[in-house]
Design a protein. Structure first.
Length: 275
């Protein structure tokens, strides 16, 4: 996945996604605003949810195993890497920075369409060791990414994330960042769910809407293999099929997470039950 918007893009003038898009990799830029929209009419006071992290501390399940690509290596000893062959830490950092930037552009446009001002998530923090970063006094685990509502920041294990970037692909980073950013949006909208799984699947849908909307607006462009990377990543982070759906910390099965992500990707925020 690559960025196609010009440098210095005016976020206040960002276009928004107003419908379904052709998903074969052709980008259709669209300007203008849809009156009303999924965010309109919500009582969205900027209040932080109680507790440490929206959806629980361990976003994506505790000690999340590394997502595995289903692509075959080019040789028996070859490493499974992203389709375009770029796997450096510098490339990872660039993709992560772009993902954050495009999330801010997308959500700025959505809030403006509902007549509200958007406040970006305060920080995105990489860490390498368990306990290096804390949320409301609780140490964050390795092999994970979280949104901390107490400090309004996203934190991710950089070693795990780089390894996923190399094995699954750069598209997985856009999903990962989009999901955690969606938790920040839920806090800003005052959305609270009875069960963890409801909040997590909604965040998957919102991540899909952000990525699909950014493609529709011309801010991102699909590369060959990106859709497969989304599916591979989502299959890897699903709950164990034996985990009860009502359990604290449940995120949904691989099938549920994939379904909700692609609902948002194809249909936009209207599919995410924001109110």
């Amino acid at each position: 996945m690559v960025t196609v918007s010009p440098a210095g893009h005016d976020r206040q003038g960002a276009g928004e996604w107003t419908g379904r898009t052709s998903r074969g990799g052709t980008v259709t830029a669209r300007s203008g605003r849809r009156p009303g929209g999924p965010l309109a009419g919500l009582l969205a006071a900027l209040v932080l949810a109680s507790g440490c992290v929206v959806g629980g501390v361990n976003e994506g399940a505790p000690q999340q195993p590394l997502p595995r690509s289903t692509r075959q290596p080019s040789s028996p000893q070859g490493e499974q890497t992203r389709a375009d062959g770029t796997t450096s830490v510098a490339e990872f950092q660039e993709d992560m920075a772009v993902a954050v930037d495009k999330a801010e552009i997308y959500w700025t446009a959505q809030f403006r369409a509902s007549g509200r001002r958007f406040q970006p998530v305060r920080r995105v923090v990489p860490y390498q060791r368990e306990g290096e970063v804390s949320c409301a006094g609780q140490a964050l685990p390795r092999n994970n990414a979280v949104y901390c509502s107490a400090g309004d920041f996203i934190a991710y294990d950089v070693r795990w994330s780089v390894a996923a970037f190399r094995q699954v692909g750069d598209a997985f980073l856009y999903y990962l960042l989009g999901h955690e950013y969606a938790h920040g949006i839920q806090v800003r909208l005052g959305i609270r769910a009875q069960f963890t799984i409801q909040q997590e699947l909604q965040a998957d849908c919102m991540a899909g809407a952000y990525i699909g909307g950014s493609i529709e607006a011309g801010h991102l462009r699909l590369e060959d293999g990106d859709l497969d990377e989304f599916r591979e990543g989502l299959l890897a982070v699903g709950d164990d099929p034996d985990q009860p759906w009502f359990a604290e910390g449940a995120h949904g099965t691989a099938e549920q997470r994939t379904d909700h992500f692609f609902r948002g990707y194809e249909q936009g925020l209207a599919a995410c039950n924001l109110g």
